[in-house]
Design a protein around this ligand. Sequence first.
Ligand code: BDP
Length: 334
Amino acid sequence: MRSAALRRITTVAMAATLGLGLAACGGAGGAQDTVTWRLAETHPGDYPTTKADEWFAEELEKRSDGRITVDVYPDAQLGEERDVLEQMQLGSVELNRTNANLVGEFVDSWKAFGVPYAFESEEHFWNFLEGDGGQAKLDELSEMGAVGLAYYDSGARSIYSNGQPVEEPEDLAGRNIRVQPGSITAEVVRELGASATTMDFGEVYSSIETGVIDGAENNLPSYVSTRHYEVADNITLNEHQRVPEVLMISQTAMDQLSEEDQQLVRDVARESTEKQRELWAEEVEQSRATLEEAGVTITELDDTSAFEEAVADLKGRYSEQYAEFMDAVEAAKQ
Ligand code: BDP
């Protein structure tokens, strides 16, 4: 396995090379006739977010009569998500599908998405994302020079590890759980009673395998597609966070287009959400079946109150810090 430092250097070098291609479609200021953009995706080609990225790319090319071409790079080919967020700011990647937790390092107010047990249900979550609250969050991406285009489903995140199944927070004592960079999840996991290690997504499998960590936390489709269940064979559906995926584009790239084409990009992105959500629902079912077949222990909880109580103080503190977000979350309950 390559080291993180080496991977970062390789990624930056690759981005620089790719960046040379940008000049080719240039015009002298204003809207360009045609553009070719890169879209970074960490998941493999058959994952719901990747399929939605592809749908977005194909539909956009068709509806713009070939003026806008988007090449999707799955499997973290352009780098780990954190690196891609940096590359977007440097202008070497135009589009990015990432998880909201990662954005917190670049736009602090996005850390709010990590507040545990903020949403009561999937319905509440989508009511928020599709309403004013969700739009306000997308608008905040301008702080990092990006335009938020659409949200994708990512279900709820739960903890998995090797060793005895976890039924209550006390069972997490002594376990080292990987969390995403940029988020407040490390604190959440610690309040739940485990220790936390921040690490890029692509390093989790080998780190569990070699005993550097004991597990991680994610939704069922990611747990399955990464095959983490092979090395961490029990998952407890404690559902501590619902963190959306987001499709974003750099402002610089958006500015290359005419007003009409900018609107087209927004419209097609919005429509791709519907596609992704359908695919997501199917994938969750499929993932469950895969896990059952593999003999993974799925611990369902009658209720998550013991886990909620363990993070209540932390939730209180962050709810004050991100009061505007929590007010909008509250308003999305009806
Ligand atoms: C998955 C997200 C992916 C994340 C990954 C992670 O889809 O974008 O970054 O979790 O844990 O659910 O790093």
